[in-house]
Design a protein around this ligand. Structure first.
Ligand SMILES: [Zn+2]
Ligand SMILES: [Zn+2]
Ligand SMILES: [Zn+2]
Length: 473
């Protein structure tokens, strides 16, 4: 059985992608008593020989297969891997029974296989890892920015930040994935996630609402009944008696008599319930001071800081599931923030020898934007013509701005011009009727005529059917 936690993978597998194959991978075998594992033998037989080392490869793109039976060791490896430059790395764990997996392993690994996996399952894992690696490769990454890395993790996996019930946590829940990727504790993680949600990067879904100590934020705040008179918790519940004749109301123990109960106020015996007396309900009777009350005081007692609080004074903690919102998806795809990073102090420094992250110029972002627009157009199924326009006369911002200006004068309002290079633009012309679209030759001639601009316009994708896949080369 392959337990794949990536919805995206599952979708892709359904469509079948025979072109995507695992090119290379790293194998980490945790041997016990120096004995080789059957699982490592099986992995090599199906996935081929693993790399001897990462070398100068991009760590995030080389899938890791961890083979072993020691949950604690594997958990620690996963925690270490999901930090820094390799945080997005596709990781499979082979050899652990899925049923007993710890929350950290479940949240941090991508795919799991139990001991003695079959060939088909291993092929499935190879495919999942390869697809994930391809997907990660397409992203401009910013590994020093942990918040952005979290968004890209969710984006590449099609996953949510899910809270996990954890009695040891001060708020009774943990976020194993987010806490590890963001490198912070539960409370800090919680506020960071809420901050990202308030910026439209994440969508929240209600999971729970808890009350915690206003002093120390602990959820261990059992409610106690206290005597309103002396404050003791030494209370018992007792039935009460209401004597109609004299109007006295008190706990049953005060109506003790020889044979029949008798009223402690007027000393009459009580024989007939409903005629002489009734039982209006239970009382709280204090064994410390004998005070009794229909409603004892309620207090929330914090077991961590040993203080009492009125229940109304407890602080509220909202526990949510966080899914990638449109804003977060955009940031994940672009690999940068617009306009503001979530939290600049949370960037981590590159480790020694780590590859310098690819620096993106503004043109790269324009290209990304252009590809995004083209992709959206393709998804919408609307017919669209795409031209590439290369500037032969001059380069730089001024020349490009002039050319854009002239093109804007020729094109219709619905057409889009995006800079994709020093002297290159993409022109997107949506149209239901191809006859509406100006030809490439017409654009060249008009640019020459109106602005003396030497523009070479070529068809990237043309107009009859929804645009084909544009190459990112
Ligand atoms: Zn407390
Ligand atoms: Zn009392
Ligand atoms: Zn009485």
């Amino acid at each position: 059985m392959v337990l794949s936690v990536s919805k995206r993978d599952a979708q892709r597998s359904d469509q079948g992608q025979p072109g995507v194959q695992l090119k290379s991978y790293e194998l980490l075998e945790l041997r016990e008593f120096e004995r080789a594992t059957d699982e490592a033998v099986a992995v090599k037989a199906v996935l081929g020989e693993p790399l001897a080392g990462i070398g100068n490869r991009d760590e995030a793109l080389v899938p890791l297969v961890i083979v072993g039976y020691d949950q604690l060791k594997i958990e620690q490896i996963l925690k270490d891997e999901r930090r820094g430059f390799g945080a997005l790395r596709p990781i499979a764990v082979v050899g652990l029974d899925v049923a007993g997996l710890s929350a950290d392993i479940l949240h941090l690994a991508d795919v799991f296989l139990p001991p003695r996996p079959g060939k088909q399952d291993l092929l499935g894992v190879a495919h999942s890892l390869a697809v994930l690696s391809t997907h990660i490769d397409r992203l401009p990454r910013a590994p020093r920015d942990v918040s952005l890395t979290l968004l890209q993790f969710l984006y590449t996996r099609g996953r949510d930040v899910e809270p996990h019930v954890a009695p040891e946590s001060p708020i009774a829940y943990r976020f194993p994935l987010a806490e590890n990727l963001l490198e912070c504790d539960t409370l800090e993680c919680c506020s960071l996630l809420q901050d990202m949600a308030s910026r439209g990067l994440l969508d929240t879904r209600h999971i729970d609402r808890l009350f915690v100590c206003p002093d120390c934020s602990s959820y261990r705040v059992p409610v106690k009944e206290l005597c309103p008179e002396c404050g003791s918790s030494h209370l018992d519940a007792e039935e009460s008696i209401h004597h109609f004749r004299c109007g006295f109301v008190g706990p049953e123990s005060e109506f003790a008599g020889k044979d029949e109960p008798s009223c402690p106020k007027c000393f009459q015996e009580l024989r007939h319930i409903g005629v002489e007396y009734n039982r209006p309900g239970r009382f709280a009777v204090c064994r410390q001071c004998n005070y009794w009350a229909t409603e004892p005081d309620l207090a929330a007692w914090c077991a961590d800081c040993n203080t009492h609080h009125a229940p109304a004074d407890l602080a509220v903690v909202q526990i949510d599931n966080y899914a990638l919102a449109q804003g977060g998806t955009d940031v994940a795809r672009r690999g940068r923030w617009t306009p503001q990073p979530v939290d600049n102090d949370r960037r981590i420094e590159p480790t020694v020898g780590a590859p310098t992250p690819r620096k993106l110029s503004d043109n790269d972002y324009s290209r990304e934007l252009a590809f995004k627009v083209v992709e959206l157009a393709q998804q919408s199924g609307r017919p669209m013509t795409i031209y590439k326009a290369v500037l032969n006369s001059g380069q730089g911002d001024k020349a490009l701005a002039d050319a854009r200006e002239v093109l804007r004068g020729i094109l219709r309002d619905s057409d889009v011009v995006v800079n994709t290079g020093e002297a290159e633009m993409l022109i997107l012309l949506p149209a239901h009727d191809v006859a509406d679209v100006p030809s490439a030759a017409h654009l060249e001639a008009e640019a020459e005529k109106r602005g003396a601009i030497d523009l070479r316009v070529t068809v990237v994708d043309g107009g009859h059917s929804p645009a084909g896949k544009i190459k990112q080369a």
